[in-house]
Design a protein around this ligand. Sequence first.
Ligand code: PLP
Length: 385
Amino acid sequence: MMKDKKYLLIPGPTPVPPRVVEAMSRPIIGHRSAEFQGVMERVTGKLKKIFQTENHVFVMGSSGTGALETAVVNLVSPGDKVLALSGGKFGERFAELAKLYGGEVIFEDFGWGYDIDLNVVKKQLDANPDIKVVLATQNETSTGVQNDIKALGKLVAQYDAVLAVDAVSGLGAIDLKTDEWNVDVVCSGSQKAFMLPPGLAFISVSDKAWAKIEKNTTPNYYFSLLKARKNIAKWNTTYTTPVSMVYGLDAALDMILEEGLDNVFARHALLAKATRAGIQGLGLELLVPDEYASLAVTAVQAPMVVDADTLRKVLLKEYGVTFAGGQDMMKGKIFRIAHMGYADKMDVIIALASLEMALGKCGYKAELGAGVREAQMVFVGGEHA
Ligand code: PLP
């Protein structure tokens, strides 16, 4: 095996296309130069297309959690009632942040592997008309669950509460129409569907959210959206912008827009379908049903005889393939295969082919080719009939 040949199939960071790497290697220019202002203006315009919004989208130097913290420190004042909707690790994180900054959090836990139940949300909103902020996750990366943000946005829009959505691992892979679906704050990050290295976060803010932010009493500094807003006219983030990352972002956004957003979503849907078909072809159990399965990452239950983390070690050592493991309570029980960002059909084939061989080494006799074949059938459709 060639030691340096690697296949990174985790839900972030994801592989970066050569075109993006090349763009990032341009010489640095001053972040307050006229030239860079032009780049920021251009990039922001393209980002708005990905966010499907007329709201401003801020570009920040931080990982995705920085965008979540930005949402919280600007929206949640001490004592504010917050409804946190959770079905996994990242739903929990959003809730923890709101608690940390003094929010009076109603933690609605749907359970790891389950999606948001809108009836429960409605009941909470009706019972607590003083809820100021609703927190939700679009794509719960820890379980591979995709929530119905369209329906959630429609519901929350009927109340005074502001809706903030963690779309760190979903935006750019899964449809999210920020304005049409009434999502007030959308948080995302660079290292997933955006096909960039880790290091940038993005956040959009609606007028309804600004009205809340203007009255906010939680102290903040680096993450202040009011300060950031003052700098929009200069097309700057408030502090020193990661110039090279923004060059990369410019190129990555071009790639997404050239492919076309709908085609990007369709590609992710196809890869998810093929991955799920392949897993079932091997007789393995998926963690979540088709109905709310993520288009960006697939969680698989390890067979009884196999520890998921041992399997992952074999995959890496023998084939150079990296899957993600389970987090917290799911550790050792599931593994997760990403198909987000710079991902295509052959990534799915590599994932399944290596999995078939590694399972055998771990004592689970999978029929070689059984998973790959199912995925191929999804890809070629009726062509082979
Ligand atoms: N939210 C979701 C849904 C994520 O998948 C992640 C990262 O995996 C985060 C938040 C946190 O992002 P970061 O690790 O970039 O801070």
